[in-house]
Design a protein around this ligand. Structure first.
Ligand SMILES: [Zn+2]
Length: 112
C-alpha cells in the first residue's frame, strides 16, 4: 500500500505540473534495488488512470537505473558502482537513499 501512495503522489505532481493539460507520456526511473517493482507500478498507474480523465491516453514507461546511495558525511547522492557501498569522495560507508528518492520522474509529455 505504501508503494501505491508513492505512485499516487508522483502522478499528482505530474498533473499539477501540466495544469489542465492531458498527459501523453510519463517516463519514470526506478533504482534496481529499491524494491519497487515496475509491473506493480504499472498496475497502480492503471488504477489511478481510471479515476483521472487527463490520464486516459497516457503511456507509462519505467526505466531501471543503478541504486542511489547517500553519504551523510559529504551530504552527497551518488549511484552505486560495482556493488560498492562506499562514498566516492571520502570512502566512508554510504547509506541507501530512502525509497521515495529511488524513484524519479524522468520525462513527461503533455498534449498541447
Ligand atoms: Zn562521503
Amino acid at each position: 500500500m505504501h508503494e501505491y501512495h508513492l505512485i499516487e503522489k508522483i502522478i499528482r505532481d505530474v498533473l499539477t505540473q501540466g495544469k489542465e493539460k492531458e498527459v501523453l507520456e510519463i517516463i519514470l526511473s526506478v533504482s534496481d534495488s529499491s524494491g519497487l517493482d515496475p509491473d506493480a507500478i504499472k498496475l497502480y498507474f492503471d488504477e489511478i488512470r481510471e479515476k483521472e480523465s487527463r490520464l486516459k491516453d497516457a503511456k507509462l514507461s519505467v526505466r531501471l537505473v543503478a541504486t542511489k546511495l547517500y553519504c551523510p558525511k559529504c551530504d552527497l547522492d551518488f549511484e552505486r558502482v560495482n556493488k560498492s557501498f562506499f562514498c566516492p569522495k571520502c570512502a566512508g560507508g554510504a547509506l541507501r537513499c530512502a525509497v521515495n528518492r529511488q524513484i524519479h520522474i524522468e520525462k513527461v509529455a503533455f498534449k498541447s
